[in-house]
Design a protein around this ligand. Structure first.
Ligand code: FE
Length: 171
């Protein structure tokens, strides 16, 4: 998995093949946030995503598929740490907010930060749902429901395939 989330570029030149539709090179003058990499990730072509992700992850993250319930590797993960986007490495959920919803998918009652996730009305399959995506790379995560536990009452229902896990360093 490629992670750009911890980079703090000052002056970096990157090959434009990572940035579709923008000249041969894209110059970044100064940034104390990884916005340049955000732009780079968001502009990744479908071919590039296909190369980066394994086929199952690609279907979920880029094709909005849903993994079969109770199959996800992280469903029963009880370790302390941070759940990241499997597409771009952005930290999305804390193990502190993970709970067993009984749904068959990893569930969280809150995200690490609301601005890391895009909420989009989803009318497919004859249902009114809210799709959740990684704001950084646009990867499909799952859906947001209002039947979660307190204090939020929300359930971020996330495909295990959309997530990576960074175990908390307890040393
Ligand atoms: Fe992402």
């Amino acid at each position: 998995m490629t992670s750009f989330s911890s980079w703090t570029p000052i002056a970096i030149w990157a090959p434009a093949k990572a940035v579709s539709g923008i000249g041969p090179y894209l110059g970044v003058r100064r940034s104390n946030t990884p916005q340049f990499f955000y732009a780079m990730v968001m502009n990744r072509t479908d071919e590039e995503w296909k190369r980066q992700l394994d086929p199952q992850q690609y279907k979920v993250l880029r094709g909005k598929a849903t993994e079969p319930a109770f199959t996800g590797k992280l469903l029963h993960n009880k370790e302390k740490g941070v759940y990241v986007c499997a597409g771009c490495g952005t930290e999305l959920f804390s193990s502190d907010a993970k709970y067993d919803s009984g749904s068959g998918w990893p569930s969280f009652w809150t995200a690490l930060a609301k601005d890391k996730i895009t909420e989009i009305p989803d009318h497919t399959l004859g249902m009114e749902r809210i799709e959740i995506k990684c704001k950084n790379c646009g990867g499909h995560l799952g859906h947001l429901f209002d039947d979660g536990p307190q204090p939020t009452g929300m359930r971020y229902c996330v495909n295990s395939l959309s997530l990576g896990f960074k175990k908390k360093d307890t040393k």
